[in-house]
Design a protein around this ligand. Structure first.
Ligand SMILES: Nc1nc2c(ncn2[C@@H]2O[C@H](COP(=O)(O)OP(=O)(O)OP(=O)(O)O)[C@@H](O)[C@H]2O)c(=O)[nH]1
Ligand SMILES: [Zn+2]
Length: 355
């Protein structure tokens, strides 16, 4: 496989020249398991790890490699390599790290399109869909909504659902599919372009791995056998994996996510709720929270029925989450800094004590 087939482009080549990385090989991380990464190059795949220096100086998850990254590597054995640096990323999809306050988890990098998969039966949840849209929009990744398992509901039910979605979301491509009857798979394949990278996003059991198997024509990902009692499938995908499809598209599978916490530091929420944001320009107060203020254009529109009530609630919830996350990050940074100062003082004292 050539680097171009993996998505390599002239910007990356320019960076390689500018940074004088000629002594290293270049490759893309196609899977990740704990601290080990499989890096694919034009000379094959390498089981790789990060050089110690980078590992110990990493200040956040952003300084560590992730699936989708382009990296400079040196081979030290037939199929083993060390990762020396990470090339600049054109996009990063991330969410709030579960159980680690103020920290992010990178889902994948250098993604062009996010394929947000929700199954039409149990998993479907409008608020969660908006959440994924906000994550894509914050990452500068173009979203495509994929409704899966349509074989499990009637045409009437599907129509109702599509109507409901159109009420809340517009301007986002939507494709309905079934891995069971193969309906819509051709439409999905048609939107997948050669050389561009797509990332599957969604809860566990919505059919992401089955879909990847179908459109790649290979049994790459194990899929869980359906459990009779809960109809959710076993949790199977345990790490991220990148594959190149027959049509040249590059697809990254992901373990299902139970929580999709917002870390938005840019305008992901604003882009997702652009109707609310446009209205907010007409609020009387600049710092309007769109809840109880007099002269709030958002609340006025809400009362008139011009904006969807659930969407409004979801917007406020995500905004609150974003503010809370930002303050947790600030607190964590301060703690880290204080800890650093303490260590420094301790070292100084020890030094003085020795003289
Ligand atoms: N009826 C029906 N079942 C499906 C469809 N697609 C997948 N399934 C079943 O749903 C279950 C879960 O599918 P997976 O592909 O493993 O789901 P996943 O999203 O990859 O799940 P994780 O790997 O846990 O993130 C499996 O038993 C599949 O056979 C579909 O279109 N229709
Ligand atoms: Zn307002």
């Amino acid at each position: 496989m050539t680097l171009v087939e993996l998505g390599y482009n002239s910007d990356l080549e320019q960076y390689r020249k500018d940074k004088k990385l000629d002594a290293f090989n270049v490759g893309r991380i196609i899977s990740e398991h704990k601290d080990r990464y499989v890096v694919k190059t034009d000379a094959g795949e390498f089981d790789s790890e990060l050089i110690g220096n980078l590992r110990y100086t990493a200040e956040s998850r952003h300084d560590l490699p992730a699936v989708g990254d382009w990296v400079a590597i040196s081979e030290y054995d037939e199929d083993k390599a060390l990762i020396h640096s990470i090339y600049p990323r054109h996009s990063i999809i991330e969410r709030k790290a579960v159980g680690k306050p103020g920290q992010v988890q990178i889902i994948a990098t250098n993604i062009d399109y996010g394929l947000i998969v929700q199954s039409v039966n149990r998993d479907f949840n409008m608020n969660r869909l908006e959440r994924y849209l906000a994550i894509c929009n914050a990452s500068k990744v173009k979203p495509i909504v994929v409704l899966s398992k349509i074989d499990l509901i009637s045409e009437e039910e599907l129509k109702k659902l599509l109507y409901q979605i159109n009420e809340r979301i517009n301007g986002v491509p939507l494709i309905v599919i079934s891995n069971e009857s193969n309906v819509g798979l051709d439409k999905l394949e048609a939107v997948i372009n050669k050389g561009e990278t797509y990332c599957l996003l969604g809860s566990s059991g919505v059919g992401k791995s089955t879909l990847l198997n179908k459109i790649s024509g290979k049994e790459i990902m194990d899929t869980g056998a359906i459990s009779q009692s809960i109809d959710r499938g076993r949790h199977i995908t345990s790490h991220r994996e990148l594959v190149v499809l027959a049509n040249g598209g590059i697809l990254i599978d992901n373990p299902g996510m139970r929580e999709v916490g917002i870390t938005d530091s840019s305008s992901g929420i604003e882009i997702t709720f652009d109707d609310i944001v446009k209205l907010s320009n007409h609020c009387k107060f600049k710092d309007c929270t769109h809840t109880t203020e007099i002269g709030c254009a958002v609340v006025e529109a809400l009362e008139k029925g011009d904006i969807d009530h659930d969407s409004y609630e979801n917007y406020l919830k995500m905004e609150r989450e974003k503010v809370h996350f930002e303050s947790t990050v600030a607190q964590r940074r301060k703690k880290d800094k204080d800890f650093g100062k303490m260590i420094k003082q301790f070292k100084n004292q020890k030094y003085k004590g020795n003289t």
